[in-house]
Every structure is written in C-alpha cells, then in structure tokens.
Design a protein around this ligand. Structure first.
Ligand code: UFG
Length: 342
C-alpha cells in the first residue's frame, strides 16, 4: 500500500495550480487534478510529467457539476486534503459578468465542501487574494488588517469564500482550513515548461509586458503616473510563483501534522517589498536587454496606490520566506514567454 498522502488539486492545470502540483510531487505527495480546462491546457499534464517524471491523475470536471465531482471523489478513495484553486479570476470581466463569477466561484466552492465532507475529507487549503483587504489604510498589510469589500465581483468572491470557510470551521471542529492571501504572483518554473498563459488580452502587468516585448501587443498602457508614490505609478508586492507554491506545501504539512493553532488560519503570501510599475518596466528592460514600448494613460478604475505585505506570520508559523527577487521573477516570466511562443 502506498504511504503517500493523496491531495486533490482543483484548477491543477492553471498557472498557480500547475506549479503547486510540481512542488507537491517533489515533496512525495500523490496528486489528483480536477480542472475544467476553461482557462488552461491539457498539455500542462505532460509538462508536469516532463519536470517531475510523474504524471498526475487528471479528471476533467466542472465543479459546478456536483454529481460528477461526487463520482470522482468516491472513486479516488482516501483523499487527505484539497487545495482549491479552480476559479474565474479576471477582474475586469467580473465587473461585466458578476453573475457568472458568483455562480462559478461560489457554487464550485460549495459543491466541493459538501462533497468532500460526505467523504470525510477534513483538510482544505484555499487560494485567496490580497484583494480582500480592499483599499488598506495601514501598510504593510498584516493578517490583522480589516478586510473590506473588494472593488470587483471577482475579489468579492474571494472574500465571501473566506467567510463561508470561517463559518464552517466554526461549526465543524474536524474541519481544518488555511486561507492563503496572495499578493501579486508572477514568474514561471525554471524549466519554462509551465507558466502563465492568459486567455486573450492579459489583465495583469507582467503578461502584458512580455506579450508586448514579443510582439503580440503593440504597447503597454501604464495606468496612471499621478499616484502618491515616489515615481507616481502604483506599488505592488510581486512574488515568484515558485516561492508562492512552496508556502502551499508548508501550509499543507502544517495541516496534515495537526500543527494548526486554530482550525481556520490565514497567511499573507508576499515578499514584503513593494515595487512600482516603472520599477517593473525598468527591470524588464534590463533583464531582456531591450526597450519596452509603453505609454502613460489614465488610471484604471479600482487600482489602489500601494499594496504590500507584512509576511512575518508565514515566516514564523510556516517557516517560509520568499527567496527570489524581482529580477529572478521577471527573467523567468520572459524566458517562459519566449519558449511559449516558439
Ligand atoms: N498595470 C498597468 N498596465 C497594465 C496592467 C497593469 O499599468 O496593462 C498596472 C496596474 O495599474 C497596477 C499594476 O500594474 O498598478 C499591477 O496590476 P495587475 O493587474 O498586474 O495586478 P493587480 O494588483 O491589479 O491585481 C492583482 C491580482 C488580482 C488581485 C489583486 C489583489 O491580479 O487577482 O492583485 O490586490 F485581485
């Protein structure tokens, strides 16, 4: 009999999910991926195998289909924990299609929680976001900062999901949940076999920069340079996706070893360093040895001037710290973009 712990990863073909699967396999976990492939590719499974030498089990399933999900979990007995990534995540699209976002992100969560509870799977890691802090008054942001209603329906699904999870943790003492609040994940695996491949026009800064540099987009629009920051462009806490996913494995081990101090814990995942949009552009130009075509345009609705983490809690409780710097992050994004377009 295998002594490996079995982990269900929803959204395991996506950007953060796929890097997590690699890290889980490296740490000797058995992985089952559920993904509906709505914003990811089946080729990712082969690429995970190329990196790790192990092909994770893959089930194509939309989590809104509870019956299908039930069949998968019944068939794959003795799952020890779930890491839940599967969700729609485009901020702008969520403003235009709020119902689609609430339906998908909340229904999927509820189905997953119901089905896993029927099979006594008590451990849950949730992929949350710093967006739940809204427009924070105090920086750096600790987990004690009050949450606020996020600007976008996407962000609100993360906040609502955390509230649902906290309520369940309060009522079910066997249920253990860790919510990980990401700042701005960028970068790609060093193999350049997995990375971020957004559908259509990217919303986020890094994919927009790399797609502009490779010739897929004409120029980057910098959304405002009149913010109250040193160079006028907004500041964010960018974190390498590989650092980010290492924190997931640490959180999972904490959970499986019953080391949680309460059955609902929250950790910020960031580096604690803030960089402006212009810092990112300049670092990209240095790393890629080329000029980037960009122009300053009006502010984008909903952007806050500054957001960066205090990640001390994760350091103390998870023994985790982000190790890669901005150059490492941007270099790996650029290498991935070049390889992806070959
Ligand atoms: N930006 C540009 N031009 C672009 C894209 C972005 O100037 O084409 C700027 C934005 O104005 C912002 C910065 O780059 O100042 C970062 O923007 P991103 O869209 O990359 O990231 P956000 O900080 O807006 O959003 C991220 C995640 C969301 C999450 C949010 C939480 O992508 O999922 O953090 O704060 F909700």
């Amino acid at each position: 009999m295998s002594s490996k712990k079995k982990i269900l990863v929803t959204g395991g073909c996506g950007y953060i999910g796929s890097h997590t699967v690699v890290e889980l396999i490296h740490n000797n976990f058995e992985v089952i991926i559920i993904d509906d492939l709505s914003n990811s590719s089946i080729q990712t499974i082969n690429n995970i195998e190329k990196i790790t030498g192990i092909k994770p089990l893959f089930c194509e399933c939309d989590l809104k289909n509870k019956k299908h999900l039930d069949n998968i979990i019944r068939y794959n007995k003795n799952i020890d924990a779930t890491i839940h990534f599967a969700a729609y995540k485009a901020v702008g699209e969520s403003v235009k299609k709020p119902l689609t976002y609430y339906q998908n992100n909340i229904t999927s969560l509820l189905n997953l929680l119901e089905v896993q509870s029927n099979y006594n799977i008590d451990n849950f890691i949730f992929s949350s976001s710093a967006t739940v802090y809204g427009h924070p008054k105090k920086l750096p942001i600790t987990e004690k900062n009050k949450t606020q209603r996020p600007f976008s329906p996407y962000g609100n699904t993360k906040k609502i999901a955390e509230e649902i999870l906290e309520d369940i943790a309060n009522s079910e003492k066997n249920f253990s949940c860790i919510s990980l609040r990401y700042f701005n994940p960028i970068g790609a695996h060093e193999s350049s076999l997995i990375g971020e491949l957004p559908n259509g026009i990217p919303n986020n800064l890094l994919p927009y920069i790399t797609q502009t540099a490779i010739g897929l987009r004409e120029k980057l629009s910098v959304f405002g340079n009149d913010y109250p920051t040193p160079d006028g462009t907004p500041i964010r806490d960018y974190i390498h996706v590989v650092d980010l996913v290492k924190a997931h494995v640490k959180a999972l081990k904490r959970q499986l070893n019953n080391q949680q101090e309460s059955n609902f814990e929250i950790f910020n995942l960031g580096t604690g360093n803030g960089y402006s949009v212009m810092d990112v552009i300049k670092t990209f130009e240095k790393v890629a040895s080329r000029k980037l075509n960009y122009e300053i345009v009006d502010r984008r609705n909903g952007d806050v001037p500054e957001l960066y983490a205090n990640a001390n809690l994760a350091k103390e409780k998870l023994c985790w710290k982000a190790e890669k710097n901005l150059e490492d992050m941007i270099r790996s994004s650029w290498e991935w973009e070049q390889k992806a377009r070959k």
